[in-house]
Ligand binder design. Structure first.
Ligand code: PLP
Ligand code: MN
Length: 367
């Protein structure tokens, strides 16, 4: 049976396989912690990127406190491994999802959630009221700081939502979340910084108005790979949620530069020769996502193209050594989070030897 194990060499892996360079993963984590831990802020990395409790454990060892997940089903998968200090950063709406949340909360009291509507808050309160669980769930108001994706608007609407939550016995308001996702990939660093500080004024300003109105706002959580360092300079921010920094992707590298390294690739095999300067590899749409542009071959002499679900092309210029059937190449994803979600497992290597194998615990957990 095919069962790769620790100690095997990378060249024994079937392809496509998701492989992570441990030296680079550890260096990325150290760089983030060296930059952000001295600020004294809580680092709660977003696990939507890695979907892995094993990696979350490494982050905690390095100084992180807890993690974020996007969805309830993601929280179920990660909490089931024993790692349950989790903030679910997406709104929890719909009867089925709310019921799942209640069952999750029954077992894991560290789970925190966000709300951005009175309807949403009321539904969760009612489900908890009927559950026999007495302890109120910790809730953050999700605030729109400019992304216009989710989040209540700052000012009066945020205040009204806080007042509404205060009237719900099974919800305990502890803070605000504001994610400036629209700024993460701005190429101009000064522009990214300026706009980020504006978003942070909205976030911390709202936290202050809520406090002035008598609410206890202990948590102010925000930030991604492209902005965390700027968020960290703003008084009033208490927590940072970067995710992609651990593996990076070509989109992030192009935007924020190479402070963090591309540490994850999809190992692929040349399966067909299609001309003197063209081959086909076994990584297509089912192995590498394309929403943020095409993946790149780690060896930049070869250019990738999509040939379908299972296939991609590599082409090259005249003076480049040709690739042959059976050769192996590494592909750098263009968007890390949805690419990871296409694979079951990470093979983490040092040198050319597999040192650790991490399941993608919350793969496919999109509910
Ligand atoms: N926080 C929230 C709410 C997010 O949606 C994301 C990513 O989409 C992050 C944090 C992490 O951001 P990044 O992957 O850019 O570091
Ligand atoms: Mn993403």
């Amino acid at each position: 049976m095919y069962a790769p194990k620790v100690g095997d060499r990378l060249d024994s892996l079937d392809t496509p396989s998701m492989i992570a360079d441990l030296d680079l993963v550890e260096a990325n984590l150290k760089k983030l912690m060296d930059k952000l831990l001295p600020t004294g802020l809580n680092i709660r990395p977003h696990l939507k990127t890695t979907k892995s409790a094993a990696i979350a454990g490494k982050m905690v060892k390095a100084g992180a406190k807890g993690g974020c997940v996007a969805k309830v089903s993601e929280a179920e998968a990660i909490a089931a491994t024993g790692f349950d200090d989790l903030l679910i950063t997406c709104e929890i709406v719909g009867l089925a999802k709310v019921k799942r949340l209640v069952e999750l909360y029954r077992k894991h009291r560290n789970i925190r959630i966000v709300v951005d509507s009175e309807i949403g808050a009321t539904a969760i309160n009612e489900a908890l009221a009927g559950s026999g669980i007495d302890e109120p769930i910790m809730v953050l108001i999700d605030l729109d700081v400019g992304l216009h994706r989710t989040g209540v608007k700052p000012g009066e609407p945020a205040l009204a939502l806080a007042q509404h939550i205060a009237g719900l016995r099974h919800l305990k308001l502890i803070g605000v979340q504001g994610y400036e996702g629209h700024l993460q990939h701005l190429h101009d660093k000064e522009d990214r910084k300026t706009q980020c500080l504006e978003s942070m004024q909205i976030l911390t300003g709202t936290a202050d108005s809520l406090r002035n109105a008598g609410f206890k706002i202990d948590v102010v959580t925000t930030g991604g790979t492209g902005t965390a360092e700027f968020c960290a300079t703003v008084p009033g921010v208490t927590e940072l949620q970067p995710g992609s920094f651990i593996f990076m992707d070509t989109d992030y590298r192009n935007a924020v530069g190479s402070f963090y390294s591309n540490s994850l690739t999809i190992l692929s095999t040349v399966v067909s020769k299609q001309g003197p300067r063209a081959v086909t590899i076994d990584s297509g749409l089912k192995s590498l996502t394309t929403d943020s542009g095409l993946a790149e071959c780690k060896d930049s002499k070869y250019t990738y193209g999509v040939l379908g679900d299972e296939h991609g092309s590599l082409t090259w210029g005249e003076d480049t050594p040709p690739l042959s059937v059976g050769d192996r190449v590494e592909m750098i994803p263009s968007h890390i989070d949805p690419t990871v979600n296409l694979h079951d497992v990470y093979y983490a290597y040092r040198g050319a030897v597999i040192e650790e194998i991490w399941p993608v615990d919350s793969r496919g957990k999109v509910q």
